[in-house]
Design a protein around this ligand. Structure first.
Ligand code: S3P
Length: 175
């Protein structure tokens, strides 16, 4: 029986906000892969990207997922690029139901505006184009990783969490 829920999805789909509320409502422990990475590296995500590059960051991400993927009764909010390495998803699937949060490019662009200091991948001159290209490239990765997919474009955090809870219940009774 899977007792944890992993939230995946593009930057700005609301994984952190929904994850925190979901953990609160279910009594599960909230964990963020980015938080574990920063703790282990002793530096911020932008500093990791600056000093070790995206490849260095992905390596730390793989280690973080390996460490936490067998946590029971947890809500794990994953960084947006966790799907890029299949090993991460394979590990998460062992103990987690995987919920993918999505949103339209317009909504993502709006929600992530002003985030360039926290999100190195969006610190580029043409952010709109970058978001659209990354989303398009990653779409199949999110699709094939998810047990459940929820479009959050028009939902507030409470509604997202309600949807996750009812979909997870449905998913469990189908197994
Ligand atoms: C990334 C998403 C970020 C963070 C890093 C890379 C990505 O997490 O892990 O900047 O590749 O999509 P959020 O999805 O929580 O912003």
């Amino acid at each position: 029986m899977k007792t944890s829920i992993a939230l995946i999805g593009f930057m700005g789909t609301g994984k952190t906000a929904a994850g925190k509320l979901l953990a609160e409502k279910t009594g599960k422990r909230f964990i963020e892969t980015d938080g574990i990475i920063e703790e282990k590296a002793g530096k911020s995500i932008p500093d990791i990207f600056r000093e070790d590059g995206e490849i260095g960051f992905r390596q730390l991400e793989i280690e973080a997922v390996r460490e936490i993927s067998n946590e029971r009764n947890a809500v794990i909010a994953c960084g947006g690029g966790v799907v890029l390495n299949k090993i991460n998803i394979d590990r998460l699937k062992e103990g987690c139901i995987i919920v993918c949060l999505t949103a339209s490019p317009q909504v993502i662009i709006k929600r992530t505006s002003g985030d360039k200091d926290e999100r190195p991948l969006l610190a580029v001159p043409d952010r709109v184009r970058q978001v659209k290209e990354l989303m398009k490239f990653r779409e199949p990765y999110y699709e094939r990783s998810a047990d459940i997919t929820i479009d959050t474009s028009e939902l507030n955090v409470e509604s997202v969490v309600d949807r996750i809870l009812s979909e997870v219940e449905g998913n469990e009774s189908n197994h």
